[in-house]
Design a protein around this ligand. Structure first.
Ligand SMILES: [Zn+2]
Length: 380
């Protein structure tokens, strides 16, 4: 049998363990509070936030607290060994010794438990805070886009013609030979087919080489009189260079009614260009040839930059060439089911991209189709 243990010996051993516990527990002291008091947890969290206490800090402290509990109150702890020595004491001393040890043990387990509960609550709060969306944070503003320069100019053209009483027609981009050529008075073997060579599908359809196709559809559908413009994409088998692209934008205009003459054509185009480029704009017509109009004319307008004096944009001529026009050929009217004896009309067409290039001073129209944001952002 081991030596008897006196109360004084047991007390000094227990006091030493309790002191050691007190030293190690010091860093958990701030978490001991009244567990019923929610304000304690909130106040502690506020204080911890100031110390930049993170969720990871809280989780690792919880683990350390659990280790501390095992080391000081676990089955293999010094404390467990000390409790066993009570059995080796004088039976009359055992009661007092047991009470003394119990008081110390409660002192340790009570603080450990309160710190554990509060640390768990704090961990939970920090975890919720991390997962929550802070609605008070300033949002990330979506970048505001803007219209493509071709769209800006197209809409301006549309606005002008709508105010002149024209309807806007939306045509198809894939056409039959009939609409793209025959109905426009360009029979097979006509040389104009070669200059407007386009892309064909394997089953005989073609990507339209001009928006003039919409004239035919509009007259067939609406009959005469008709007044419409048709902005849209057209296609040619061109090699891309600074002034050509295999895909580009045109706008086509058509006016068919009784008694329409070349004077109406000139008045309409001149009014359009004045509204587009300013009151001072002068328009001129030059005789030309198109299979679907007779007579035909190309039209130019006085340079909007130099007013006719000559500059880089107008290549020092004072004039800018813009489009083609003419009186609708009787064959075209007839082909679309309109009687050329009763009705006459004019048509005109111009390139939207060319206008954009002029208005914004672009050296290369291909920039308009590359979708490079660094280029497009300049038109905001
Ligand atoms: Zn000029």
């Amino acid at each position: 049998m081991a030596d008897a243990v006196t109360f004084e010996e047991l007390k000094s051993g227990a006091d030493r363990i309790f002191e050691a516990f007190g030293r190690e527990f010091k860093r958990f002291e701030r978490f001991v509070g009244d567990n019923q008091d929610a304000f304690f947890v909130q106040a502690t969290i506020k204080e911890l936030e100031r110390d930049k206490f993170s969720l990871a800090d809280s989780e690792s402290l919880s683990r350390e607290l659990s280790d501390l509990r095992t080391r000081f109150t676990g089955k293999k702890s010094e404390w467990a060994a000390a409790k066993k020595t009570v059995g080796r004491m004088d039976p009359e001393e055992r009661g007092r010794a047991g009470q003394y040890l119990l008081a110390i043990e409660v002192g340790m387990t009570d603080r450990l438990e309160r710190a554990r509960i509060n640390l768990d609550k704090i961990t939970e709060n920090l975890r919720t805070a991390r997962e929550a969306i802070d609605v008070t944070l300033p949002g990330r503003r979506p970048r505001r886009g803007h219209l493509h320069p071709i769209t800006v100019v197209r809409e301006k053209i549309e606005d002008i013609f709508v105010s002149l009483g024209y309807a806007i027609e939306d045509g198809r981009e894939i056409e039959t030979d009939f609409y793209n050529f025959d109905a426009l008075n360009i029979p097979e073997n006509h040389p104009a087919r070669a200059s407007q060579d386009t892309f064909y599908t394997s089953d005989g359809y073609a990507l339209r080489s001009q928006t003039s196709t919409v004239q035919i559809h509009a007259m067939q559908r609406r009959g005469a009189p008709v007044r419409m413009i048709a902005p849209g994409r057209v296609f040619r088998r061109d090699t891309p260079d600074p002034t050509h692209n295999p895909m580009f934008f045109q706008v086509e205009g058509l006016c068919v009614d009784r008694g329409i003459s070349m004077a109406h054509l000139k008045g309409t185009v001149a009014e359009f260009l004045r509204r587009m480029f300013g009151e001072q704009t002068v328009t001129r017509f030059r005789p030309s040839y198109f299979p679907f109009t007779e007579p035909s004319a190309e039209f130019d307008f006085s340079c909007f930059k130099c007013g006719g004096a000559g500059c880089r944009i107008c290549k020092n001529s004072g004039w800018i060439e813009l489009g083609g026009s003419g009186m609708v050929h009787p064959n075209v009217l007839r082909g679309a089911g309109v009687d050329p004896e009763e009705f006459s009309g004019f048509a005109f067409g111009l390139g939207i991209d060319r206008m954009v290039g002029l208005m914004y001073g672009l050296d290369d129209i291909r920039l308009l189709f590359e979708n490079d944001a660094r280029f497009l952002e300049q038109f905001d």
